[in-house]
Each structure stands twice: as structure tokens, then as C-alpha cells.
Design a protein around this ligand. Structure first.
Ligand code: NAD
Ligand code: TYD
Length: 349
């Protein structure tokens, strides 16, 4: 079926994998990738598909309601897959308002533009909102986040994503806007900006720089390979009932320190360094303010209802990810020049 699909944030990490999957897998869909190209957006991430006949890039800012209304009117998007966001917790601690503007107001702008276009006649239409497990807050030693877990966001980033989830549900309830939401755990893989743990540490090991471990390193995250997240979004987009929420996770919990140790071992092997060399760079630094202790997702509903399960083990995914960064040094050099150096100094010196 022919459809115009808007994917926001498609020049970022996860968005680029989703755009590629949809452009290649669905020749009948026209994919519009809307991105304002912040520090985290990079057209190099999707260079391989930029000339595809079913692909158009739109440089635009979701904070600008007039721009959104015009683009929606022009292209009549049947469906939206919304990933554009400010996405890094540490940046949200330094500048919360940027997160409120893009994540809350930007999402409301898209919802309003979608309503304005379809005038509340929504046959075969869908607004898919991509969110995070961080909306649920922090877990103790046991327990898992389920779709019914109460929201309890603890960082400005998490609070802004929680607000955007609430806006989407409220438009569903009030105006009958057809939506689905997924809340995913920590992603890793190719093209992730090196401010997040795994690419930051790969880059630092390559450059012989300290590996800054926040606090005691005993914080726990559930890691999912980014291609598996993109496949889950494809599955939910095509198979979910309207109004549903799905948690997406890797069934793959690690403390930061255990993960870092494996990463160091793999880097020693791949860079042919003496065993234990990379781990010598581990440096304990001041903890992140309000640091969530543990995230863990129960993705059983997605598995039972729609048959999705991660396809890649953590060891495979991590190995592929490291190989990608070692093979794409030019990409890393480009994104770590300029403003990245200022960010790094402010964060870590
Ligand atoms: P990212 O920071 O790599 O990419 C975000 C993209 O959005 C960039 O291309 C950026 O240019 C664009 N963008 C930012 N502000 C914009 C604006 N005002 N207008 C238009 N475009 C704008 O983020 P990511 O890690 O790929 O995350 C994508 C989505 O997935 C986010 O909504 C995030 O909350 C969610 N998520 C991320 C993770 C994760 O581990 N990275 C986990 C779960 C959910
Ligand atoms: P991050 O990749 O920023 O994702 P999130 O905060 O969304 O979970 O961080 C993952 C974990 O790694 C988190 O517990 C914070 C920790 N961390 C460090 O110890 N050092 C760092 O330099 C960074 C960026 C993160």
C-alpha cells in the first residue's frame, strides 16, 4: 500500500537505522526523514540511501509549529514515526530547557500538525512515538519495568520524555488520534554519538584517554543492539493494535563496570594490545547527579503478542559495534572535532 511516512530524527543514531530499514524494505512507502541536524544529527549516517527513489530529506525543526504545519500540509503524512529528541541525560542536567523545548513542545507540535492535516478523520493513519524506559525511574536490586509500571522520571531528560508520552496519550484520549508508544532500554551499535557510554569508551581507548566511570560503577542498564530496536519498531508499526504500549529490551542486564571490563578485553584483542592494557584507563570520577541505579525491561508482551525477540547476543553486538568504530575512524574524527571538544572539557575536566 502506498504511504507517505514521516520519520523524525532520522539523521541521529537510532533514527538512521530505522530510516534505512524502512527505505530498503518498503519500496511502496515514501520515507520523509525530518531532522534539524543538531550536534547529534549527521547525514553521513544515511549516505547509503540518500539517492533512493522513495526517500526525501527535510531539514526542519520540530520546535517550529509553522514549519511543521506547512510540511504536513504539503506531504500529507499518513504516518509518523517520531524519534527526534534531545537524548543525553548529562546534557539534560546542564540545560533542562532545551529538553523541554524539543521533547515536549516539539512532540506537541507534531501532534497538532497531524491533527490539523487529518481533521480528526484518521482511517489508516498512525502516530508512533518512540520513547525510553527512563520514564519509569529507577529500580532496586530486583523487579522489571512492565508496560503498567507507573511513571517516575528522575532526570530532566526522563521527565521530558515522560511528558511527551503523556501528550501523545492525551491526544489519543481527547481527539481519537491513533497512536502507539514503545519504551526501549539502552541502545548500542554503529553511528552512536560518542557522548554515550559505549562509543565514548571505544573512542577513548583508541586515543589512550581515561575511561570516566561515574560513582562506584555498579549502575545497571539493559542493553539492546540498535538493529534489533529498528526491527521492533517495524514490527510494532505494522502489527500493533492502536493505543498500545510496548516495552522493548534486550533481556540483557549489565553493571557498568562488568560491561566496561568486557569492552576493554575486546578492545585489547582487536587492537592487539597486551591483555589488561585498556582496563588500566579506567578512572573513577564524580557521580552523575541523580543517577538512576538500575533499569531493566520486561519485553515479554512484545515477544508474546508480536513474536519479536532480540536477534543478536551481547557479545556479537558489542564485537560488531567495536569493528564499526575501528573501521570508521573518519566518521569519529568528524563528529569529535569542533564543539565536541568543548563539550568534553565541560563534562570531564
Ligand atoms: P540522537 O541524539 O542520536 O538523535 C536525535 C536526532 O534528533 C538527531 O538527528 C537530531 O539532529 C534530531 N533532533 C534533535 N532535536 C531536533 C529538533 N528540534 N527538530 C528536528 N530534529 C531534531 O538520539 P537517539 O539515541 O537516536 O534516540 C532517538 C530516540 O529514541 C529519542 O526519542 C530517544 O529518546 C529514544 N531512545 C533512545 C535510546 C538510546 O539508548 N539511545 C533508548 C530508548 C529510546
Ligand atoms: P549513557 O550511555 O549516558 O546512557 P543512560 O544514562 O541513558 O543510561 O550511560 C550509561 C551508563 O553509563 C549510566 O549508568 C551512566 C554511565 N556512564 C559513565 O559511567 N561514564 C560516562 O562517561 C558516561 C557517558 C556514562
Amino acid at each position: 500500500m502506498k504511504k507517505n511516512i514521516l520519520i523524525t530524527g532520522g539523521a541521529g543514531f537510532i533514527g538512521s537505522h530505522v530510516v534505512r530499514l524502512f527505505v530498503n524494505k518498503y519500496p511502496d512507502y515514501h520515507i520523509y526523514n525530518l531532522d534539524s541536524l543538531t550536534y547529534a544529527g549527521n547525514l553521513e549516517n544515511i549516505k547509503d540511501i540518500e539517492k533512493a527513489p522513495n526517500y526525501t530529506f527535510l531539514k526542519a525543526d520540530i520546535k517550529d509549529i509553522n514549519q511543521m504545519n506547512t510540511l504536513f500540509k504539503t506531504h500529507q503524512f499518513d504516518a509518523v514515526i517520531h524519534l527526534a529528541a534531545e537524548s543525553h541525560v548529562d546534557r539534560s542536567i546542564k540545560d533542562p530547557n532545551a529538553f523541554i523545548e524539543t521533547n515536549v513542545l516539539g512532540t506537541a507540535n507534531l501532534l497538532n500538525a497531524f491533527r490539523n492535516t487529518w481533521q480528526d478523520n484518521y482511517t489508516d493513519k498512525l502516530f508512533y512515538h518512540v520513547s525510553t524506559d527512563e520514564v519509569y525511574g529507577s529500580l532496586g536490586k530486583t523487579g522489571l519495568f512492565e508496560e503498567t509500571t507507573s511513571y517516575d522520571p528522575q532526570s530532566p531528560y526522563a521527565a521530558s520524555k515522560a511528558s511527551s508520552d503523556h501528550m501523545v496519550r492525551s491526544f489519543g484520549n481527547t481527539y481519537g488520534l491513533p497512536f502507539v508508544i514503545s519504551n526501549c532500554s539502552n541502545n548500542y551499535g554503529a553511528n552512536q554519538f560518542p557522548e554515550k557510554l559505549i562509543p565514548l569508551f571505544i573512542n577513548n581507548i583508541q586515543n589512550g584517554k581515561a575511561l570516566p566511570v561515574y560513582g562506584d560503577g555498579q549502575y545497571t542498564r539493559d542493553w539492546l543492539f540498535v538493529d534489533d530496536h529498528a526491527k521492533a519498531i517495524d514490527t510494532i508499526f505494522h502489527q500493533s493494535e492502536l493505543g498500545e504500549t510496548y516495552n522493548i529490551g534486550g533481556f540483557n542486564e549489565w553493571t557498568n563496570l562488568d560491561l566496561i571490563k568486557i569492552l576493554c578485553e575486546l578492545m585489547d584483542e582487536k587492537l592487539q594490545k597486551p591483555k589488561g592494557d585498556s582496563a588500566k584507563l579506567i578512572t573513577y570520577v564524580k557521580d552523575r547527579a541523580g543517577h538512576d541505579r538500575r533499569y531493566a525491561i520486561d519485553a515479554t508482551k512484545l515477544n508474546k503478542d508480536l513474536g519479536w525477540y532480540p536477534s543478536v547476543t551481547f557479545e556479537e553486538g558489542l564485537s560488531k559495534t567495536i569493528d564499526w568504530y575501528l573501521e570508521n575512524t573518519k566518521w569519529l574524527d568528524n563528529v569529535t572535532s569542533g564543539s565536541y571538544q568543548d563539550y568534553y572539557k565541560k563534562m570531564y575536566s
